[in-house]
Design a protein around this ligand. Structure first.
Ligand code: PPY
Length: 356
């Protein structure tokens, strides 16, 4: 199974629910890729797409990615994702109306799909979705009884993954004095930047929003790098936390890092890019292994009654999962992304099919 761009038309998922919301001129898609390991769970992405089919392909690909993400993490959830494809930036009342109608759709699915914040949606948005979609909506604000945003938890999982990678490359897990370049300082990159600085890393960041870059440099004292200079900047660890598809045939030839460990989904433009990185001697930590922390913590605390301490232990467990993936890559003589997908497939194959 592949969940990469281009392969989505051969989507092997279970069910896709499509609805056109005429009021906000928005296509709503809920994709349930696999319930083999549990009920489908995944974030709700709100974005503009070139057309309806592009949005459908994205939700298909992302839901398949969630199946692998949960399987590798050993978490009892299935792969799902929702996309709200808006025609333009919606005004707040229009947006709230859309989110309430989307919540009603989530409620209709009666637990077959649970969701939380994702690209383009926040905890505050989940508060609105939950007005009609409870109890299937997680990651609401603390004021509304949720656990808040997931970015800090995702950052923790990426950080422990960087420690695993440093131990492999340098013999010690410490990030002290390691040069690290974080691409994108949004909901995950920002808390990660602070964690890295506190650990004594020589950290730099890039940010496409120039005003945000200026403010964060001022607030944190961390140096920023021009977005166009990121790939060629020499560093120990390159940390993509902005957009997918950063690693491709051409960009990989320009990288001057020892490892890539980041939170962005779908960093590889094509499956072969994991091999290209290995060939260049760059250690790649598969994105869907290292970025599972937000999903694990939010779903664990809200759906499974975990305490924050338990959530922290589980998110730190991503380090052991990554070690296992990299050990499998070594022993099988395959690239890390293939190893992670193999582990996911093995977990899925071993599971008893669930009766609905
Ligand atoms: C992702 O990790 O890409 C997610 O979709 C995160 C997620 C999963 C389940 C609930 C909320 C967010």
């Amino acid at each position: 199974m592949s969940n990469r761009a281009g392969a989505a038309d051969a989507w092997d998922g279970e069910r896709i629910v499509t609805r056109f919301d005429a009021e906000a001129e928005t296509w709503m898609f809920v994709a349930i890729h696999s319930t083999r390991l549990g009920p489908a769970a995944g974030g709700t992405r709100l974005a503009q797409y070139p057309d309806r089919d592009a949005a459908r392909r994205d939700v298909q690909r992302l839901s398949a990615g969630m199946t692998d993400k949960w399987a590798v993490a050993g978490f009892p959830c299935g792969g799902g994702k929702a996309v709200l494809a808006t025609p333009r930036d919606l005004r707040p009342p229009e947006r709230e109306g859309l989110l309430r109608r989307y919540g009603a759709l989530v409620a209709e699915l009666a637990g077959a799909f649970t969701t939380g914040p994702d690209l383009g949606t926040s905890s505050a948005d989940m508060d609105v979705v939950a007005e009609t979609g409870a109890p299937y909506v997680f990651g609401r604000s603390r004021e509304r009884g949720g656990v808040g945003g997931s970015g800090g938890w995702t950052a923790l999982g990426v950080f422990v993954s960087m420690e695993v990678v440093c131990r492999r490359l340098f013999g010690t897990p410490s990030l002290a004095r390691r040069s690290v370049l974080v691409q994108g300082v949004g909901g995950v990159g920002r808390p990660l930047l602070e964690r890295l600085a506190a650990a004594g890393a020589q950290v730099r960041f890039s940010e496409s929003d120039a005003e945000r870059a200026r403010v964060i440099a001022e607030q944190t004292g961390v140096e920023s790098v021009a977005p166009g200079a990121v790939l060629e900047s020499a560093c120990d660890v390159f940390v993509p936390c902005a957009f997918g598809g950063v690693l491709h045939e051409e960009s990989i030839t320009r990288l001057r890092c020892r490892a890539v460990v980041g939170a962005a989904n779908n960093q590889l433009a094509a499956a072969e890019d994991s091999i290209r990185l290995a060939t260049r001697g760059i250690l790649y930590a598969p994105d869907f292994v290292v970025n599972a922390g937000g999903a694990i913590a939010v779903t664990g605390m809200e759906a499974m009654g975990w305490t924050p301490d338990r959530a922290e232990r589980e998110v730190r467990g991503i380090g052991a999962t990554l070690e296992r993936v990299l050990a499998l890559a070594d022993s099988a003589g395959i690239d890390p992304d293939s190893a992670a997908r193999r582990l996911a497939r093995e977990r899925l194959a071993a599971a008893e099919p669930r009766l609905a």
